[in-house]
Design a protein around this ligand. Structure first.
Ligand SMILES: CC1=C(CCC(=O)O)c2cc3nc(cc4[nH]c(cc5[nH]c(cc1n2)c(C)c5CCC(=O)O)c(CCC(=O)O)c4C)C(CCC(=O)O)=C3C
Ligand SMILES: [Fe+2]
Length: 381
């Protein structure tokens, strides 16, 4: 037996130094989520944070407050964030990547600024952010970047300096897109083919916000196009796997602006009426605009749309969101490694399906804030 040479790497052992390089130059990962109330007394202050200056009618706020009160004033979204943090910690550990994970929200405690301060106090100076929002638009992308810039500025006032990058929009990263595909396939396997329709659902946004979503190349409507491209790809893949020819529709939920302001349509409830009229018996509802079963999913879909479907005699089967599915979580860590490689000026492979990968540094002026110009981090403007 030869003794191992302690000056040489042991090929049977993972090379920690090597693994560590894969997340260089980052000292920490921040999961940035929307945030939600934890108790009844949080509900109104939370809603005021979300809608500050956004022209949402009082009646809508009161109605939404009631949705939260029905659940005791507690949204499941913060718990989902903590579960995702712990799944990310596990996946990083499995890859022997030593990267602490922090959790911060845009609209409720734990706030992003506190997460970044905690990271800074632990010695971190350069962080990478993963958001719980996969698509492009002001609401789902730039608003997160504005809040990152705001938190960095607030810490700057405290004498704390931080550099923050963000992973690219991931609606078409295989970790997300393939997980959605598998969840839809599994749901359909259990159901009769005849009379079944696939109905994708995402958050409605104002028409004007959709029209201006994207890099400002004149095309616009990137929010809608991303959803449509993914819906087409998922449906084709499902049909290929199951040897079926399901049709699909793209619908919207959770509209909240004043009635005269156009938002993306059709609303899922209105569309269920149309489908019932066409003789559709069963709808497989895919909430692919969201990454967890939070309020929009459990109230607007599982309660409201389910009630509409029952009234119409349509069976509504709701597919789970990606949540902490291992393939999704692993994809997020792939995205962190990809972003780190870019930050080191190397050229990582950038898998995308369908279409091509989104930018990691947002182009100047993309997905603009139509109300006020505010500084945004992680972009070239
Ligand atoms: C695109 C999009 C996503 C998906 C991407 C992402 O995840 O970011 C999303 C997610 C979420 N939206 C959420 C909650 C709310 N959104 C509101 C209002 C609005 N959302 C908008 C868009 C989106 N929202 C818009 C254009 C408004 C109008 C006001 C404005 O222009 O900003 C309001 C105000 C009341 C109302 O009108 O509904 C609430 C309470 C929660 C938390 C759920 C929980 O607590 O479990 C989550 C995850
Ligand atoms: Fe929302």
């Amino acid at each position: 037996m030869t003794q191992p040479d302690p000056t040489q790497p042991d090929p049977t052992q993972p090379d920690l130094g090597q693994q560590q390089d894969r997340v260089d130059p980052y000292d920490g990962l921040v999961l940035l989520s929307f945030g939600g109330p934890e108790q009844a007394s949080d509900v109104m202050p939370f809603l005021r944070n979300v809608t500050a200056g956004r022209g949402i009618p009082d009646e809508r706020l009161e109605a939404v407050a009631q949705h939260y009160y029905l659940l005791g004033g507690r949204s499941p979204v913060n718990e989902h964030g903590r579960e995702l943090v712990s799944a990310l910690v596990d996946e990083l550990g499995r890859r022997e990547l030593n990267l602490p994970v922090y959790f911060g929200n845009r609209n409720w405690d734990p706030f992003l600024v506190d997460a970044l301060r905690e990271a800074h106090d632990a010695g971190a100076r350069r962080l990478v952010v993963v958001t719980t929002s996969a698509y492009s638009s002001y609401s789902s992308c730039r608003q997160y970047r504005e809040d990152i810039a705001g938190a960095i500025a607030a810490l700057g006032d405290e004498g704390r300096t931080l550099q923050v990058d963000r992973v690219r929009g991931y609606y078409n990263h295989p970790g997300f897109a393939r997980t959605v595909t598998r969840l839809v396939t599994e749901a359909l396997r259990e159901l009769p083919v005849e009379g079944t329709r696939i109905v994708f659902v995402t958050h409605s946004i104002p028409d004007a916000m959709d029209e201006t979503s994207g890099p400002g190349d004149g095309e616009g409507r990137l929010y809608q196009r991303e959803h449509l491209d993914l819906a087409v790809a998922v449906t084709e893949e499902v049909n290929a796997t199951l040897s079926t020819s399901y049709a699909f529709d793209l619908t919207y939920c959770s509209r909240s602006g004043p009635p005269h302001q156009p938002w993306l349509e059709p609303d899922i409830n209105d569309h269920l009426e149309v489908l019932a009229g066409q003789g559709v018996e069963r709808v497989v509802c895919v909430p692919f605009g969201f990454v967890s079963d939070h309020m929009e999913v459990i109230y607007d879909l599982d309660h409201e749309a389910q009630e509409t479907a029952t009234r119409l005699g349509v069976e509504l089967v709701r597919v789970p969101t990606v949540g902490v599915d291992p393939e999704f979580v692993s994809g997020l860590v792939d995205l962190v490694e990809e972003r780190a490689a870019q930050a080191r000026d190397t050229l990582p492979t950038r898998p995308a399906w369908p279409g091509s990968p989104l930018w990691s540094v947002c182009p100047a002026g993309c997905c603009p804030n139509l109300r006020a110009a505010r500084p945004a981090a992680c972009g070239s403007d």
